[in-house]
Design a protein around this ligand. Structure first.
Ligand code: GLY
Length: 421
């Protein structure tokens, strides 16, 4: 199978690694890629991932059998639609279905139609008066949950007990021209459940947990994700099935009923509170960095699995096979991430196979340098969560990147039994 992957982060590195291990894969390409992906695939840095015409032309040139779209921006821009119209098998939803992430109002409407539990929300439109904004803030908090109703890569959400900070984020988003959503605060530990969805067929992967704040003990601002682990030892035995039955299947059915059938990966971001699972958000693609941990344990060949979704034959897929044990990923971030990440710093000691590239490039001297906020991911796998942590941290401590930082407590609350529901 000749496969083209669209994207440029550590999630795409994990996808390429998984695809390269499937004997059905004959040829791997990635666009636009990053400096670490050349070992696994032919890299096409000149391609703009969110340009439907450019991506389709590349798939035609490569005669791709399958195109796997990693990030949300191309999906929301309609890249999958253009590829399908040109006759390609695509892993990733069309533009109308990608609204489940692209428009939080759309996602709320889908959930309301099927009685799926989620936070109560109120939208504030650009141009709202001071009195309208204050009245909306009166209806919520503390804590206030303030979301940019657009694509913000996880960084557009502020959760705060401080009303002034909530107001400041409302103002900042409105000034950017986007509507703001205020939401009721959902308490309880968070679960990221990724489901393969092909119409009404829903197959869950292992549950994972992200660590969104930049510093240990969940301090500092939200980021795109600083680390993750899978599976979740504290989740009840029927936890995944409840999320599938109460949330993912009804949403998939509602999308079919509305004529925007879902095909790809549906990411349910869940808070498990006293009354069970409730939706924090949906994403229309694999999560980053959870995917790096989840796919590290998948034994079912990945190319065949993603292709079955793309071909509309997921219902015929035998049960997924998983390696026993745990996997974890720790993100190495650049100086000043997430506020104003510094780029261009030289990276050393980053050749190990369990290091995935997120924001890297080569400088004019051919040296590996940082090119984004999240620079590298280190993967650890082990029979226990402690062993997986030890393996990841043994690698990350030797990577040299001036000013870089990483969390030292990924999966630690779970290891120490501090999470319960
Ligand atoms: N892990 C957060 C995200 O992928 O949006």
């Amino acid at each position: 199978m000749r496969i083209l992957v669209i994207g440029s982060g550590a999630r795409e590195h994990a996808l390429l690694r998984g695809l390269s291990l499937d004997p059905a894969t004959t040829d791997l390409h990635v666009a636009p890629g990053n400096a670490g992906l050349g070992k696994l695939a032919t890299v096409h840095p000149e391609i703009k991932a969110d340009d439907p015409a450019q991506v389709t032309a590349l798939a035609q040139e490569l005669n791709s059998d399958l195109v796997v779209i990693g990030p949300e921006i191309p999906l929301v821009a309609g890249v999958a639609d253009a590829l399908r119209a040109a006759g390609f098998a695509v892993f990733g939803p069309n533009q109308d279905a990608a609204q489940i992430e692209g428009s939080k109002a759309f996602a709320k409407d889908i959930m309301a139609a099927r009685g799926v539990k989620t936070a109560v929300a109120e939208a504030i439109q650009p141009g709202a008066s001071d009195a309208e904004i204050e009245a909306a803030l009166d209806n919520f908090g503390p804590n206030w949950v303030v979301k940019d109703d657009g694509l913000a890569a996880g960084k557009g959400v502020v959760v705060t007990p401080d009303r002034a900070a909530a107001r400041a984020h409302v103002d900042a988003v409105l000034e950017g021209g986007n509507p703001v959503l205020l939401e009721s605060f959902l308490d309880g530990p968070e679960v990221s459940l990724f489901c393969l969805v092909d119409g009404e067929t829903v197959i869950p992967l292992l549950p994972a947990q992200d660590h969104k704040r930049v510093f240990d003990n969940d301090e500092g601002p939200n980021t795109g994700g600083m680390g993750a682990y899978a599976p979740l030892p504290w989740l009840p035995a029927d936890g995944v099935q409840r999320i599938v039955d109460e949330i993912c299947v009804p949403v998939a059915q509602e999308m079919v009923a509305r004529g925007c059938s879902y095909s790809g990966l549906l990411y349910a971001g869940i808070a498990w509170g006293k009354e069970g699972p409730a939706v924090v958000e949906f994403n229309c693609r694999f999560g980053d960095p959870e995917t790096q941990a989840v796919l590290a344990l998948l034994k079912t060949p990945l190319a065949g699995l993603l292709n079955s979704v793309a071909q509309g034959t997921l219902a015929e897929q035998p049960p997924l096979e998983w390696q026993d044990g745990y996997a974890l990923t720790v993100v190495l971030a650049s100086h000043n991430y997430p506020e104003a990440p510094r780029t261009g710093d030289v990276i050393r000691n980053a050749d190990a196979d369990n290091i995935y590239h997120a924001g890297t490039a080569l400088n004019a001297d051919g040296e590996l340098v940082s090119a984004g906020g999240r620079v590298l991911n280190v993967i650890g796998v082990g029979e226990t969560l402690e062993a997986a942590r030890d393996n990841a941290y043994a690698t990350i401590k030797d990577i040299e990147l001036d000013g870089s930082h990483y969390r030292t407590d990924i999966a630690l609350p779970a290891v120490e039994g501090r999470i319960s529901i």
